[in-house]
Write a protein that binds this ligand. Structure first.
Ligand code: HDE
Length: 704
């Protein structure tokens, strides 16, 4: 079988106008246009004439530029890349793209939020979509995943209900991109199967630091089928090589105003810088005979398979290495569908998955204007397409010949069905049953895994969940709904319910409840993730009067660790060191803020620090970074700015000591030192930690 090189898809997608950049402007009929700035008028001050075909065509096309946004996942951002398997997966699946480690299968990924409209902010609290299209040599395979491994509901027939409840309320279209309102929580308290998903939604998972630092989960149970027809149940995972990291809520909210494009900018910049995000594809495999081995139903999409029970086997790696050329043509027009599978991948009877198999094609027919959207370059497979489907809106293919039916003898019945050895053959699962509209009893445990998740959280993660309840449910108007939230989560954990009640003015449970589950699943806590300094971003606060060797030594060490930095100053332009050397400023306190960085460094120099001390913005920058638990470093006189801030509970380097490093809770300082490398390495360690939760107790005291 021929090998597909990622470039072949790239070439196919690259029929861009850029190739004709020097050709003159034309109409859509190819007629050259000599003036596109003035409409055709009867006299310079007279009326516009109907016969101005260029004007009419230009305006008509513009008037029709928008297509309906996706009903959910409207705001998204995509990138190209490739996938490579680690080793043949022949034992479990015959899918070709999972066999040969030398084959690079082209992919397109679209990350998204679920609830907000196309123009909403990136950093809202929400589930993130993580949809991947593999352009395999056997046809397109779509892994349409989310960054949370479970879902709100168990049956797809309830999807319109949960989406209507969480979307802005219908009478006033408020609030945008938020679950913090009455209709959503009304749905939750009346739908106890949502309890587990709510725990995840109110956890740090719903405010990721970056698309590059997010896991992906196929959520539904699928099947792998090998060449002998043997099946295994399978759950899909994406594991980012940079680890799983989140923002804090205050930061996420502020970013929504100061940089609504925070996540898309982060992904775009990383790929442009050659820091290609990588994710390992993992599978949890379960033999058919083990279907009933667990105390949850493996077809229930409100349950995950704890990794400690079913380990994740890493089977390949995806690298995202190319930004799109055109957002609309690629990211907006891409159409994913969990039903786009290739031989070797099949479905289970998960009732959410079964419903999804209907919905995606249906919604795309209206969104993309008819049945031919598979011909749009971003959706077109690299595998050849031959069938008897014809016509319809926007047909691109010019089909030849007289037959568009089967069987036919005029063209030897072509195109002929493929032999079973290569064609898609559905898994011959035996199915029997009465037609019923009821749910299996095995789906009726709504709370045990919610408790398991709660037990698995570290103390700061638990605290964040409680604060999220206080914000979300605290924004609900109905006292009755607020009380019912406490009652519902008392089924999960009595202490959790009491803590929720305390912040929202509700009555704590008289009989603290729970499920009795005492186990935990360490793999779901982000505290146990990979921690690296690479690709992190540091703000360097500096004004004229800094020490050139001091700042450049720190900058060099950061660069050496793969960390980016920006110089932030009162004004754009150049700042001058004590010995007259200049550095260019990247951002001012107006064009950026601490929330856009992972860490902050204050450099020394008496005059520099005296200016910083006189700027409320500089002090606020430090306070905010401290409150958000980020690494903070200062050298020499720079430590004075930290001393003047509201930082508490950590010792700073003493002016009387020489080159003695002080480092606690991610605050790293040194005075009277000439070699900065020692300091920089300690700061880099602090940056790699992502956040320093030991400051959690001081958080409430910091005015920022
Ligand atoms: Fe989707 N979902 N969904 N979903 N979904 C859509 O399809 C739907 C579900 C997911 O970047 C829609 O083309 C139903 C789970 C992603 O273009 C729509 C149910 C998971 C994306 C739809 C679910 C997802 C969508 C809207 C059963 C995680 C964005 C636009 C309750 C595994 C793909 C579109 C992109 C998009 C239906 C639940 C992931 C309406 C009926 C579970 C990542 O067809």
């Amino acid at each position: 079988m021929s090998t597909i090189h990622e470039n072949s898809k790239n070439d196919q997608l690259n029929h861009s106008k850029a190739d004709h950049a020097h050709d003159p402007l034309t109409t859509n009929q190819g007629v050259r246009v000599s003036n596109t700035d003035d409409s055709l008028k009867a006299g310079t001050r007279g009326p516009t004439l109907m016969e101005d075909f260029h004007f009419r065509e230009k305006l008509t096309h513009f008037d029709h530029e928008r297509i309906p946004e996706r009903v959910v996942h409207a705001r998204g951002f995509g990138a190209h890349g490739y996938f490579q398997a680690y080793a043949p997966m022949t034992e479990f699946t015959k899918a070709q793209f999972l066999q040969d480690p030398s084959v690079k299968t082209p992919v397109f990924v679209r990350f998204s939020t679920v609830v907000g409209s196309r123009g909403s902010a990136d950093t809202v609290r929400d589930v993130r979509g993580f949809a991947t299209k593999f352009y395999t040599e056997e046809g397109n395979y779509d892994l349409v995943a989310n960054n949370i491994p479970i879902f709100f509901i168990q049956d797809a027939i309830k999807f319109p209900d949960v989406v209507h409840a969480i979307k802005p309320e219908p009478h006033n279209e408020i609030p945008q991109a938020s679950a913090a309102h009455d209709t959503f929580w009304d749905f939750v308290v009346n739908t106890p199967e949502t309890a587990h998903m709510i725990m995840w939604l109110l956890s740090d998972r719903a405010i990721p630091r970056s698309f590059r630092m997010m896991e992906g989960f196929g959520v539904n149970t699928f099947r792998f089928i090998n060449a002998e027809g043997k099946a295994h149940f399978v759950k899909f995972h994406w594991k980012p090589l940079l680890g799983v990291h989140s923002l804090v809520w205050d930061e996420a909210q502020k970013l929504a105003g100061k940089d609504p494009d925070f996540h898309r900018r982060d992904l775009w910049d990383a790929i442009s810088n050659g820091e290609h995000p990588e994710y390992e594809l993992g599978v949890q495999l379960l033999a058919e005979e083990d279907e009933f081995k667990f105390d949850f139903d493996i077809l229930d999409p409100t349950k995950f398979w704890p990794e400690e029970l079913v380990p994740v086997k890493k089977i390949g790696k995806m690298t995202l290495n190319r930004n799109v050329d055109n957002f609309f043509a690629e990211t907006e027009q891409v159409a994913f569908h969990p039903g786009h599978v290739v031989p070797g991948i099949d479905f289970s009877n998960d009732p959410l998955l079964q419903g999804r198999l209907f919905s995606y094609l249906d919604t795309q027919l209206i969104r993309l204007g008819g049945p031919n959207f598979h011909e749009i370059p971003i959706n077109h497979p690299v595998a050849p397409v031959h069938n008897n489907q014809r016509d319809g809106y926007h047909r691109m293919t010019i089909d030849k010949g007289v037959t568009s039916y089967s069987p036919n003898s005029l063209q030897n019945n072509m195109p002929n069905p493929a032999p079973e050895s290569v064609g898609y053959v559905h898994y011959a699962e035996k199915v029997e049953g009465q037609k019923v509209r009821t749910r299996s009893d095995s789906f009726k445990d709504f709370f045990r895994q919610a408790t398991l998740f709660w037990n698995s959280m570290s103390p700061p993660e638990k605290q964040h969940i409680i604060e999220a309840f206080h914000f979300e449910v605290g924004s609900v108007m109905s006292k009755d709904i607020k009380q019912k939230v406490v009652d519902l989560f008392n089924h999960v954990d009595g202490q959790l319910a009491s803590q929720i009640a305390a912040g929202i003015g509700a009555v704590p449970p008289t009989n603290p409840g729970g499920t009795g589950v005492t186990t935990s699943s360490p793999a779901v806590s982000q505290e146990n993730t990979i921690k690296l300094p690479q690709t992190r971003k540091v703000a360097i606060l500096a004004e004229s009067g800094f020490n050139f060797p001091e700042i450049t030594q720190v900058m060099d060490s950061l660069t050496g660790a793969g960390i980016h930095f920006e110089i932030i100053s009162k004004n754009l332009g150049m700042i001058t060191s004590v010995d007259g050397r200049q550095i260019e400023v990247n951002k001012t306190y107006l064009t950026t803020a601490s929330i856009k960085y992972d860490a902050v460094y204050v450099t020394g120099g008496r005059q520099n620090v005296d200016i910083l001390l006189g700027q409320g913005d500089s002090v606020h920058f430090i306070n905010e970074a401290f409150k958000h638990a980020k690494a903070i470093g200062a050298t020499n006189e720079g430590v004075d700015l930290l001393a003047a801030s509201s930082i508490q509970g950590v010792a700073l380097a003493d002016p009387s000591t020489t080159a003695q490093l002080s480092s606690a809770l991610g605050v790293v300082t040194i005075r009277n030192a000439s070699d900065m490398n020692f300091f920089a390495q300690e700061l880099i360690k602090g940056i790699a930690q992502h956040r320093h939760w030991g400051r959690q107790s001081q958080k409430g005291m910091i005015p920022a």
